[in-house]
Design a binder for this molecule. Structure first.
Ligand SMILES: Nc1nc(=O)c2c([nH]1)NC[C@@H]1CN(c3ccc(C(=O)N[C@@H](CCC(=O)O)C(=O)O)cc3)CN21
Ligand SMILES: CC(C)C(=O)C(=O)O
Ligand SMILES: [Mg+2]
Length: 273
């Protein structure tokens, strides 16, 4: 009997993910922010659902991930958790709710776990957030790290360009990855760094490394759902592969509906009481 109530489906755990790395089976991860989308992506067989703070961009229309609040992340996460039967659900702790204060970090992680029912949290940064990571892990909450392009620090860097191209920054990233592994993180996201460096990181630590714009030689891949579905139109970085053009399909459906309402074609007799 598993700790989760729904029988017959085998849930993904941190242990499953560790085994996948050992077997060389790639880990698939996508973001979701609501019940309906999470239900579809879980049924499709995704391994990890990330309730990303990219919700700030994709759901709320902010320019950066900084404005989204802990309450808003919990709202999105609880909707996702209600839809999920098999996937492992990870939630970004938002900007300002864990940096520089390990007690607040712990409180934030506990609120996310308690109020949303998610399975793990994700935080951006390396050695500088070590104390926060340790405090969260000590409460029994799995932590996923995130290095490379860390959008919560965008104003420190000024751009979304590729990270760790210089040797000093590459060495720092490698060190940070080892710090996170030693702390006990169960996995690590690497965003927008050279493929050769990402390969080196994945080979030098034993926990799964999930890449976004980090090349093929890592243990798994993550994309923002609305980007890969072609719903977000303006965002087309080189690392994005678009698997559908939903913007086009939705536009057509909306226009047809509007036209049918205007022309009185909708509703017809069989659609009326
Ligand atoms: N819709 C969406 N998708 C994402 O992947 C995403 C978000 N939002 N919000 C949070 C972060 C920010 N991320 C980003 C943001 C920009 C680039 C990027 O490559 N931007 C430009 C290049 C900018 C530059 O080189 O200075 C591009 O080519 O699109 C990549 C990842 C990834 N995350
Ligand atoms: C891009 C992924 C890794 C993320 O952190 C997010 O969607 O917020
Ligand atoms: Mg994020």
């Amino acid at each position: 009997m598993s700790v989760h109530s729904s029988a017959s489906v085998k849930r993904i755990t941190t242990h499953t993910l560790q085994e996948m790395k050992h077997r060389g089976e790639k880990i698939s991860m996508l973001t979701a922010y609501d019940y309906s989308m999470a239900k579809i992506v879980d049924a499709a067989g995704i391994d990890i659902i990330l309730v990303g703070d990219s919700a700030s961009n994709v759901m709320a229309g902010h320019e950066t991930t900084l404005p989204i609040t802990l309450d808003q992340m919990i709202y999105h996460a609880s909707a996702v958790v209600r839809a999920v039967r098999r996937s492992f659900v990870v939630v970004d702790i938002p900007f300002g709710n864990y940096q520089g204060n390990s007690t607040e970090a712990l409180r934030s992680a506990i609120r996310i776990m308690k109020e949303s029912g998610a399975h793990a949290v994700k935080v951006e940064g390396g050695a500088e957030i070590k104390e926060s990571v340790i405090r969260i892990l000590s409460a029994g909450v799995p932590v996923m790290g995130h290095l490379g392009l860390t959008p919560q620090s965008i104003y420190k860097f000024g751009t979304y360009t590729v990270r760790a191209k210089e040797e000093a920054e590459a060495n720092k990233l490698l060190e940070d990855a080892k710090v996170l592994e030693e702390c006990g993180c169960f996995a690590l996201v690497l965003e927008k760094i050279p493929a050769t460096l990402a390969k080196k990181v994945a080979e030098s630590i034993s926990i799964p490394v999930i890449g976004i714009g980090a090349g093929p030689q890592v243990d798994g891949q993550v994309l923002v759902m609305h980007d890969m579905l072609g719903i977000t139109q303006e965002f087309k970085p080189r690392f994005l592969r678009q698997y559908a053009d939903l913007q086009k399909i939705m536009m057509e459906a909306f226009k047809n509906y509007i036209s049918d309402v205007k022309s009185r074609d909708f509703p017809n007799q069989s659609e009326s009481y």
